[in-house]
Write a protein that binds this ligand. Structure first.
Ligand code: N01
Length: 490
């Protein structure tokens, strides 16, 4: 017997979808989670200093305001608490099954059911609809550097932190200078004997002004929910206006760069180091880095920035192309995640046995980031072209889960077999998305995880958050083929 909905992943998106399903009267759903607890990226990223660089008021669901945020920007533990609290308060805990790693999905068009297969000996489950909420930044990426396996010391990836490893007195090498690295390095510098940061590309850095939220503000938020909504709206529109300078290359981009350069000048006195830290691409092309303690950490006596390209990893350390071998006891890989490789986290086979990863080989696409033609009743959170770049991922996620749970509720209420987005609607949508992406900063020449090796952008949404949420404000059934059961009177 098929369940109504299988949700894959108990991170922010999966939990949000579960809550929305419940609110829409659908109780016959199960959330399958490969780990042992909820939280997704916030469960996995526990490196020292892990925090969100989007303000908490905005990095939360509007339907689950939290008056208790302790700071402007929350650390990972507090965000994890927030997710736990939602699970408890909205009563979705009983729907979650842990230790269930999905190994594949296949669609039976006669029955109108998806089969969800699991690794190990777990029995397959049938579901009428599937919400794929596995997260785009779930699987750590190790760089393709020669000699990676020759290293005799310890290796730690930022997204799989080894809390048992004691950095005290150790020689540490950090590869990568992205959003994760700039949070980790200041902590390592305080503990290790020496830290060498291997930079391939410097990023644009803006100061992150974090403040404690006082008891007075919290009590206002508790008593007057409207005040918190106002605070959220202020952050939202502030971030929306930043889009003008970081989504497209405009005069405002030069302002962002000027602020970043001023920040660099104020924080770094050595002209050589300043030159090494100055990006040569437009601000916004890669993710802006929000930190106030990274530059000071780089200038600590026990820290050094290495800008020579890495030639190989050797048994005792890292060799750079000019022939120097940098000894290390441990290498920290702050090298990001497996994204943009056009693949799906597991094989997904749709109508007629078509394989999603094959179709996405030339570049992933979907309709409004959520549905793909030929894969009826399959809904994706954080699917193709739904990356924000300037605003909170949670705003985008909330719009997606609202939309896809509405589609599922419509399907269930009408007793239809399936909703399958129309090919021509999807093609037109993506033609437009790719055209608009051509005018964005992300496609202006720098290399980032937003792009595939061929330069295809299947990651970002080319516009304002408001445009993204508006397009998902309601399900237009004219965009879908409605499939009915043979015995159905429809
Ligand atoms: O990973 P990244 P991340 N040799 O891919 C370098 C989110 N996030 O984990 O820039 C040498 O950005 C690579 O160099 P280059 C956020 O969406 C959010 O830091 O490609 N270096 C780069 O410096 C973010 O965008 C928060 O030249 C190599 C680094 O590794 C996403 O996660 C906090 C290399 C990888 O940077 C990923 O961030 C943290 C090689 N072979 C993360 N290969 C929030 O606050 C790669 N690099 C919400």
């Amino acid at each position: 017997m098929a369940i109504a909905v299988a949700v894959i992943g108990a991170g922010f998106a999966g939990i949000g979808a579960a809550i929305k399903l419940k609110q829409k009267g659908i109780d016959d759903f199960v959330v399958f989670e490969r780990g042992q607890r909820v939280g997704g990226t916030w469960r996995d990223n526990t490196y020292p200093g892990a925090a969100c660089d989007i303000p908490s008021q905005l990095y939360s669901y509007s339907f689950a305001p939290n008056p208790e945020w302790t700071h402007t920007y929350s650390g990972s533990a507090e965000i994890l608490d927030y997710i736990d609290t939602m699970v408890a308060e909205f009563g979705v805990a009983d729907h979650i099954r842990f230790d269930r790693e999905v190994s594949g999905l296949s669609y039976d068009e006669t029955a109108g059911e998806w089969t969800v297969n699991f690794t190990g000996r777990r029995r397959a489950v049938k579901a009428r609809s599937v919400i794929m909420a596995a997260g785009p930044l779930a699987n750590p990426s190790y760089p393709d550097i020669r000699g990676l396996d020759d290293f005799e010391g310890h290796r730690i990836h930022s997204a799989r932190w080894d809390h048992d490893y004691d950095f005290t007195g150790k020689k540490v090498a950090v590869i990568g200078t992205g959003a994760s690295a700039v949070q980790i390095v200041p902590h390592l510098v305080r503990q290790a004997a020496s830290v060498k940061v291997f930079q391939r590309t410097p990023g644009w850095v803006l100061p992150r002004v974090d403040m404690e939220t006082g008891e007075f503000a919290k009590s206002i938020y508790r008593r007057i929910p409207g005040a918190q909504r106002l605070a959220r709206a202020a952050w939202f529109w502030g971030h929306e206006s930043v889009a003008l300078g970081v989504v497209w290359d405009t005069p405002l981009t030069r302002v962002v760069e000027a602020v970043s350069k001023l920040n660099l000048r104020l924080q770094v006195k050595d002209p050589w180091l300043r030159r090494q830290l100055t990006p040569d691409f437009s601000a916004g092309c890669k993710r802006l880095l929000m930190t106030s303690d990274y530059y000071p950490a780089l200038q600590a006596d026990n820290c050094r920035l290495v800008t020579w390209p890495i030639a190989r990893i050797a048994p005792k350390g890292i060799r750079t192309v000019e022939g120097v071998e940098h000894q290390a006891d441990v290498i920290v890989f702050a090298t990001g995640f497996e994204v943009g490789k056009q693949s799906t986290p597991f094989p997904v086979s749709g109508i007629g046995g078509r394989i999603l990863a094959d179709e996405w080989r030339g570049g992933a696409y979907a309709y409004r980031s959520v549905n793909v033609a030929g894969y009826p009743n399959l809904h994706i959170t954080f699917g193709p072209n739904s990356g924000p770049g300037h605003n909170s991922a949670l705003v985008y996620m909330e719009a997606q889960i609202e939309y896809l749970t509405e589609a599922i509720a419509t399907l269930e209420q009408n007793g239809w077999k399936a909703l399958d987005v129309r090919d021509e609607v999807q093609t037109e949508y993506n033609r437009n998305i790719q055209k608009r992406l051509g005018a964005t900063t992300w496609n202006s020449g720098c290399q980032s995880w937003y792009l595939t090796e061929d330069g295809f952008n299947a990651t970002m949404f080319p516009g304002f958050a408001t445009q993204f949420t508006n397009q998902l404000a309601r399900v237009d059934l004219r965009d879908y083929r409605i499939l009915v059961h043979e015995s159905s009177p429809h």
